[in-house]
Design a binder for this molecule. Sequence first.
Ligand SMILES: [Zn+2]
Ligand SMILES: [Zn+2]
Length: 212
Amino acid sequence: MYDLHTHTTFSDGDLIPAELIRRAAVCGYQILAICDHVDWTNIDIIIQSIPKMRSTAKEHGITLLAGVELTHTLPADIGNMAQYAKEQGADIVIVHGETTVEPVLPGTNAAACSCPYVDVLAHPGFITHFDAKSAMHHDIWLELTARGGHNRTNGHVARIAEDTGATLVVNSDSHAPHDLMDGKTRENVVFGSGISHSAAKEILNRDLSKFL
Ligand SMILES: [Zn+2]
Ligand SMILES: [Zn+2]
């Protein structure tokens, strides 16, 4: 199992990376991305710090991806910040998309979906066909999320992805211990989006080799 979207005390999560990694290992994860919220004030410290846990994670049987979540970034700034994150060594860049439960700036999805340095658009809300097509062209993956509130539009995201051919992933957006998903919960989130059985299997077992 993989989870490409989790938070620690480096932003607004409850757990230090060591405990998040340990708990993810107990849940059965093989690939875990820590993608704390960043803006220009903390992006350097996070990109420099999380990789220090790589060998510890390995001891727990987990491949750690040290990433960032660009959060409430000005749309015009998303390209620069995503490129900067990759140049500084981030393994994965996700963008905090236009969830319906936060005042994320309109244009965020569009900026993320056309940026070659972005890997995943998290909780994309009412993403448009146009933006999903753009994501598909740039191999930017759209998230089905387990997180309460953000998950209201999972059904919409699944339908738009099926219409456009965009790639879906399933993530927890964990902030606290109980947010990590077991296998059954991951299945419930994916199947609950209304996606077809074959697409669901593909999402649950997404090939992540491009990050490894
Ligand atoms: Zn958060
Ligand atoms: Zn987010």
